[in-house]
Each structure stands twice: as structure tokens, then as C-alpha cells.
Design a protein around this ligand. Structure first.
Ligand code: NZQ
Ligand code: ZN
Length: 389
């Protein structure tokens, strides 16, 4: 295990009706005038926005609204949010939604206190010194943004989808009521499960010895898969919703990566796909992750072999390493198919993706090499995109 520092100070408030505590939490973390950020229609339709604003009103907390944030959120909405913050003297950003809404809120929180263009942070030109506080009411377990210091924004000009990590943007609180996720279309639940699993893959597939971290990472992965299959037949199962919701946070708040060198090649390759073709992030990962595993197992089989046995429950008796790995990857693909997702980029996008464009953009955004478990050249990435077709 490598040396590490783990500080994850988000106040998680979990369970039924916890959204009713939103105003108390905003107050506790210093908010007086709130920018309420949310997505398309779901939070209005379910009555959640009414319930949240009702609680804010009871405490005389004023709010302004930025709504209609779309999946794979874009920089234009961030600029709009920053302008509202300045116009209305906002001192707290409240995100009601999933990763797209939360990431927009985080980018606004950074940009509002900066004299220059918020994109400077995402493209590495500047480092922030301050950010407004962000609070979250989570409606979809997936991206893990409620407990992570990361945010991912797409710059419309050039379709650059970039992730930025700043501890300043780790949410002050995250309200997590599993019941709020019961209105999710199945496709979104499935994409969320794929995403949280992949957040663990990025940390699990590592060359750093870490027996304890690997053991609890494997336990989380196995449980998420079990609960996802339960939800496939019983989408209103509270206990399964609760496990999946908490797993989404544990997968990405850093706990599964402590003391380990992390990889992140799969995510970076997927971000090009969702930036250019605007597909759901989890749906893209379901295509890239098995292709990545197939490719890296040839150069570094150890963790893929371990994953096949300990997570995908392949019985190793009488089988050589290659067969165990092949069965493990097939079992992962079968699981994605059982969730109703495709593992083919061509099927996902509706045509063959332009691999040259994906690789060119990847190299422009990330440089010539990617990943750590097996460092990948751009030619390797091209081959992985091919394997995912
Ligand atoms: O806009 P509405 O109508 O709310 O619909 C949303 C949206 O269409 C819907 N939804 C959310 N909660 C719902 C609901 N529908 C019904 N009932 C509910 N309770 O779900 C759709 C997807 O929402 P979105 O926020 O886009 O999902 P997700 O949480 O998967 O976020 C995806 C974004 O997060 C980024 C992804 O790249 C993508 O841009 N990521 C952010 C990370 C981070 N900040 O740490 C890490 C991840 O790896 C990821 O890259
Ligand atoms: Zn992800």
C-alpha cells in the first residue's frame, strides 16, 4: 500500500424523507441565498422541487433557479449560472439531481469566485483558491459526484469533455433518499450501476498491493451486481435501492483507491464517446470496459484473473489463466446484457463510431499515453475502440 491522505468531509444524510432536512443543512453550511440547480423534468414531475423549495421558504432562505441541465453538461449553462450568482448575490449552490446537475453546480461554485474564465481550471491553466459551498439532493446513484471532488464539463466549442478535481468542490452535504431513485427509467438505473462499477474498476485494476482495499472493493462490486439484478425484477425494492445508492458513493469518494495507483483509461476513452456522440456515460462504459479488460489482460493478467474469480465467480478448477479471464469478461458482458445494455459501440451509437476522431480528440485532451495498470499508447487505445465496436 502506498502512503495516502484521505479526507472526505461530506455530511451524508441518508434514508427516507431526508430531503426535508435540506433547509437546516443549507443553513448549517452557511447558505443564505441559494442557487437551485436541477435537470430536465424529473425533479419537478416527482414533486421534489416543490418539497425542497417549500422547506427553503419555511426557513426564509431565498433562492434563484438554473434548470434544464442536460446529461453530459456543457459550459454554456455554467456561464449562465455564474452570471446568476453574481447578479443575485448567491452564497450557496444547491444541486438537486445527478452527476450532470452536481457537476454544473461545482463548476459554477468554482467560477463564481474567480476573476477569469472557469474553463481555465478544466484545461489546466489555473488553480482555484476558493469556491462557493455546494450541497446536494441526489436523485440518481451513478457518477458519485455527491461525494467526490470531481466535476466533468463539456466545452461546446470543440466538444472537449474534461474532468477537474478540486477538494474545494467536495459537497458540504449530500442528502440521499433511496426512494427518490424509484422514478428512474430502468435504462438510467442500469447506466448508473455500470458507472459505479467502473469507478471501482479504475482503482481495483492496479499494480499496487492492497489486500484490504481489494477485499472491500470486491464486496461492493458483488453486492452492486446482486442488487442490480434484484432491481431488474423489483424496481421498488427499498433495500436494493439503498445498497445501490450507497455503493455509488463508496465507489467514487476515494475509499476504494486509498494507497493505490489508479488507472482511469476506460473513463477517459469513454468521455470522448459521450462528448462526440452524446450517449449516456454508463452506456458508453459498458462497451469500453470489457474491451479494455480484454486488451490489458494480454499484457498484465493478474488483476483480471483475480476479478474473474473473486467478483464474477468463475470457478477456476481445471482451467488455465486465459480461460478464466475469458470467462470472467464474458460474465461481465452477460451481466451488462442482463441489465438490457449493449456492449457494442456500433449498436449504442447506431453506426460505426469514427475511431480516428475519437483517438485524435483523446490525444488532444490527454496526451500520448493513458492509464497505469497497463500504460496505453494511442495505438493501443485505437485497438480498444476497435474491440468495443
Ligand atoms: O434531467 P432529468 O429530467 O432530471 O433526467 C435525468 C437525466 O436525463 C434522469 N434522472 C435523474 N434522476 C432521476 C431521473 N429521472 C427520473 N427520476 C429520477 N430520480 O437521469 C438522466 C441522467 O442524469 P445525469 O445527471 O446525467 O446522470 P449521472 O448521474 O449518470 O451523471 C452523468 C454525468 O456525470 C459525469 C458523466 O460523464 C456525465 O456527464 N461523471 C461525473 C463524475 C464526477 N463528478 O465525479 C464521475 C463520473 O465518472 C462521470 O464522468
Ligand atoms: Zn464514471
Amino acid at each position: 500500500m502506498n502512503n495516502f491522505q484521505f479526507y472526505a468531509p461530506t455530511d451524508f444524510v441518508f434514508g427516507r424523507d431526508t430531503q426535508d432536512r435540506v433547509a437546516d443543512l443549507v443553513t448549517r453550511y452557511g447558505g443564505h441565498k441559494v442557487l437551485l440547480v436541477y435537470g430536465g423534468e424529473s425533479a419537478e414531475k416527482s414533486g421534489l422541487i416543490k418539497r425542497v423549495t417549500g422547506k427553503l421558504a419555511e426557513k426564509n432562505i431565498e433562492w434563484s433557479v438554473l434548470k434544464g441541465i442536460r446529461p453530459n453538461p456543457t459550459d454554456d449553462r455554467v456561464y449562465e449560472g455564474i452570471a446568476i450568482v453574481k447578479r443575485d448575490d448567491i452564497d450557496f449552490i444547491l444541486a438537486v439531481g445527478g452527476g450532470s446537475v452536481i457537476d454544473t453546480a461545482k463548476a459554477i461554485a468554482l467560477g463564481a469566485l474567480y476573476g477569469g474564465d472557469f474553463w481555465d481550471f478544466y484545461c489546466g491553466k489555473a488553480k482555484p483558491e476558493a469556491a462557493l459551498p455546494v450541497g446536494v439532493v441526489l436523485t440518481i446513484p451513478a457518477a458519485g459526484s455527491e461525494g467526490s471532488p470531481n466535476s466533468v464539463i463539456t466545452k461546446i466549442d470543440g466538444l472537449h469533455k474534461l474532468s477537474y478535481r478540486s477538494l474545494l468542490t467536495r459537497p458540504k452535504f449530500a442528502i440521499m433518499n433511496p426512494e427518490l431513485t424509484m422514478t428512474l427509467p430502468w435504462f438510467q438505473t442500469a447506466c448508473g450501476v455500470v458507472d459505479m462499477l467502473c469507478h471501482i474498476f479504475e482503482r481495483y485494476f492496479s499494480n499496487t498491493p492492497a489486500q484490504l482495499v481489494n477485499a472491500y472493493s470486491e464486496a461492493i462490486m458483488r453486492d452492486v451486481m446482486d442488487q442490480a439484478l434484484t432491481l431488474r425484477v423489483r424496481p421498488d425494492d427499498y433495500e436494493a435501492r439503498a445498497d445501490v445508492m450507497w455503493a455509488g458513493t463508496l465507489a467514487h469518494n476515494g475509499l476504494c483507491g486509498v494507497g493505490k495507483e489508479e488507472d482511469w483509461a476506460t473513463h477517459r476513452m469513454e468521455h470522448e464517446v459521450s462528448a462526440i456522440y452524446n450517449v449516456a456515460h454508463g452506456a458508453g462504459l459498458a462497451c469500453i470496459a470489457p474491451a479494455w479488460m480484454t486488451f490489458v489482460a494480454k499484457r498484465n493478467p493478474d488483476m483480471v484473473w483475480k476479478f474473474a474469480i473473486n467478483v464474477m465467480s468463475v470457478n477456476p478448477a481445471g482451467k488455465d489463466t486465459n480461460r478464466i479471464i475469458a470467462e470472467g469478461i464474458k460474465a461481465l458482458k452477460d451481466f451488462y446484457h442482463d441489465l438490457g445494455l449493449t456492449t457494442s459501440l456500433t449498436e449504442l451509437i447506431g453506426k460505426e463510431p469514427d475511431i480516428d476522431a475519437l483517438v485524435k480528440s483523446l490525444e488532444g485532451n490527454m496526451g500520448k499515453t493513458l492509464g497505469a495498470y497497463v500504460p496505453l499508447s494511442m495505438e493501443d487505445c485505437r485497438e480498444i475502440y476497435r474491440l468495443a465496436l
